[in-house]
Each structure stands twice: as structure tokens, then as C-alpha cells.
Design a protein around this ligand. Structure first.
Ligand SMILES: Nc1ncnc2c1ncn2[C@@H]1O[C@H](COP(=O)(O)OP(=O)(O)OP(=O)(O)O)[C@@H](O)[C@H]1O
Length: 303
């Protein structure tokens, strides 16, 4: 037995001339919520399909709990495909029971699981409706229920948050957090980086089929330059332009965001700001995940 980790071990995949993945490697630990981010076409869906076993890698291996993923272990994966996979004309409840039964649940256990999850995800009143009659957001909740009804040991979700309203985002976030807390490795892809930043224990950034950064959000942010946010309402435009070791990143209204070079004394910046009049905000911060992501992706474009 292993340690419950999902390991993506140097998987490569090409479609004809298109190299989708190049020795992509990362792991998702048991009990961890892992955010998988990258530009359009970076290789996220391909990697997730390979993790699930619906697509074969050209090389490399996917392991769970120390052993290669087999047909048997595949049944323990809860998967939410990007293209969604529900039958539009089938009723929500029937469909979920059917999927749970496919994963080996008894009829009674399947009914129970469907009742629980539809209740929890706020679609219990829709179980008698055809999937196609639901709004897209509610279809997505049903799709999540489909990934969960068989009590999976791993969760792999391709853009589960796209198109959800804020309440549904909260519901989805809570469910994923709870699953991770229960010891399940949970990996999901998303372009909503503020959400990823808030929710995930670790984040992997993929670019052109390779993992270019992988760590906790705090660790990733700490690699970025320190920033200062200064609100000095009486300061004239360009007040910070000639401060040594300081670059002006953004200036909106009376608020200026400065990037500090290594070893630059922020108190010197504060004195310069105070010399212009009152300072109503002065705070240090690290760049957000979105900014880091832009830098990483821009590096790739420049390379
Ligand atoms: N079945 C396929 N046949 C040919 N090329 C494919 C196929 N599936 C994916 N690709 C290519 O592989 C690359 C990676 O695609 P993939 O869908 O994995 O990216 P992604 O990161 O999920 O993108 P997005 O954020 O847009 O969903 C792209 O260049 C894509 O065009």
C-alpha cells in the first residue's frame, strides 16, 4: 500500500505533430486540494483524461496509492469532464442512480447517495426533470453529483467552476474542501485564479505541456517581488518615479502600486509619500496568483 497519493509521473502525449504533454509530472496528496492551471491549450484536459485512463499516454505512468491506475482503480475516480457527459433527455435522478449503479452501488445505496448529493448540491427538486430542462449551472451541479455519488477515492474535475453563480461556487468549494478533508486527493483545473488562490493547498502551473511551477500559493507568491500599495491623495503625478530601487507598476486615482527591488527600504518610500501630504494607505503585499501566472505565461511567450 502507498500513501493515497495520485502521482502523474512524467507523462507525454502527442496528437500527430501537436505535442500536448512533455514529461508532465506532479502529485496530489491524500487530503489535498490541488489547483491545475494553465492557458488555453496548455494540456490540462489531456492530463486529466490520462489520469482517468480514458486516454493513453505515449510514455509515463499514473499511479494511485503507489500502484498504476487500472480499470479497477478507475472506478474509484470521480471525474467531471470538461465537455460534461450527461444524457440530456434522461431524468436527473434516474441518470444519477444509473451512474452510481455502474460504479457498483446496490440499488438502495445508489438511491440514498443520489438523494443525499442532490440535496446537498441544491438540485433535489429537479430529480424528476430531464437534464436538458435545467439551467447550465444546475446541470453542472448534477454533473458534480455524478462525480460524487459513488463515493470516489480520488476526484479529478475539469473546470468545475466555470459558469457557476457565486452561491454555486460556494457550494462547490465547500464540497471539494470537505472531500479533501476526508482524505481524498482532489485535483481541479480552473481559469478562475482568485478562486484557486483562495481554495487550494497547492497549485501547479502548466505551460505548453510542462509543469513550470508547483507549490503552495504562499510559496509561489513569495517568489514574486514585494509590492507596496500607497494611497497619497495629495501626491502629484509621478511622485514615485525617481525613487531608487522602486518601479511604479500601477497608478489608479491617488493609489499607486510600487514594486520594490531587493533591500529597498520601504520607510524611505513612506517618507517620500508623506512629503506630499497625508498618506491614507500604506501596505506591503506579494503579487497575486493571477499576476504570477501572467509572468509565467509571458516568460513562455518570450522564450
Ligand atoms: N483529440 C485531440 N486531437 C488533436 N489535438 C488535441 C486533441 N486533444 C487535445 N489536443 C491538443 O492538445 C493541446 C492541449 O489541449 P488540452 O485540451 O489538453 O488543453 P487545456 O489546457 O485543457 O486547454 P483549455 O484551457 O482551453 O481547456 C492543444 O494544442 C490541443 O489542440
Amino acid at each position: 500500500m502507498g500513501d493515497g497519493r495520485l502521482e502523474i509521473d512524467r507523462i507525454s502525449k502527442s496528437f500527430g505533430d501537436v505535442v500536448a504533454l512533455r514529461e508532465l509530472a506532479f502529485d496530489v496528496r491524500a487530503g489535498e486540494l490541488f489547483g491545475f492551471v494553465g492557458s488555453n491549450g496548455a494540456g490540462k484536459t489531456t492530463a486529466m483524461r490520462i489520469a482517468l485512463g480514458v486516454l493513453a499516454a505515449d510514455s509515463g505512468e499514473v499511479r494511485w496509492d503507489g500502484a498504476p491506475v487500472t480499470l479497477e482503480t478507475r472506478r474509484r475516480i470521480g471525474y467531471m469532464p470538461e465537455e460534461r457527459g450527461l444524457y440530456p433527455k434522461m431524468k436527473v435522478g434516474e441518470q444519477l442512480v444509473y451512474l452510481a449503479r455502474l460504479h457498483g452501488l446496490t440499488p438502495a445505496a445508489a438511491e440514498r447517495a443520489v438523494a443525499d448529493w442532490t440535496e446537498r448540491l441544491g438540485v433535489a427538486e429537479r430529480v424528476g426533470d430531464e437534464v436538458q430542462k435545467l439551467s447550465l449551472g444546475n446541470q453542472q451541479r448534477v454533473q458534480l453529483a455524478a462525480a460524487l455519488v459513488h463515493d470516489p477515492g480520488i476526484l479529478v474535475l475539469d473546470e468545475p467552476f466555470s459558469g457557476l453563480d457565486p452561491v454555486a461556487v460556494d457550494v462547490m468549494s465547500t464540497v471539494l474542501r470537505d472531500k479533501a478533508k476526508a482524505g481524498v486527493p482532489v485535483v481541479f483545473s480552473s481559469h478562475q485564479l482568485d478562486l484557486v488562490e483562495r481554495l487550494c493547498d497547492r497549485v501547479g502551473i502548466v505551460r505548453s505541456g510542462q509543469l513550470v511551477a508547483c507549490d503552495t500559493v504562499d510559496a509561489l507568491r513569495s517568489t514574486g517581488a514585494m509590492e507596496l500599495v500607497v494611497d497619497a491623495p495629495s501626491a502629484p503625478p509621478g511622485w514615485a518615479d525617481n525613487l531608487s530601487g522602486v518601479a511604479v507598476k500601477e497608478h489608479v486615482g491617488s493609489r499607486t502600486v510600487l514594486e520594490l527591488g531587493d533591500g529597498v527600504d520601504d520607510q524611505a518610500v513612506l517618507r517620500a509619500a508623506l512629503a506630499t501630504g497625508a498618506v491614507t494607505e500604506f501596505s506591503r503585499r506579494r503579487p497575486s496568483l493571477t499576476e504570477l501566472f501572467r509572468n509565467v505565461v509571458a516568460d513562455g511567450v518570450a522564450a
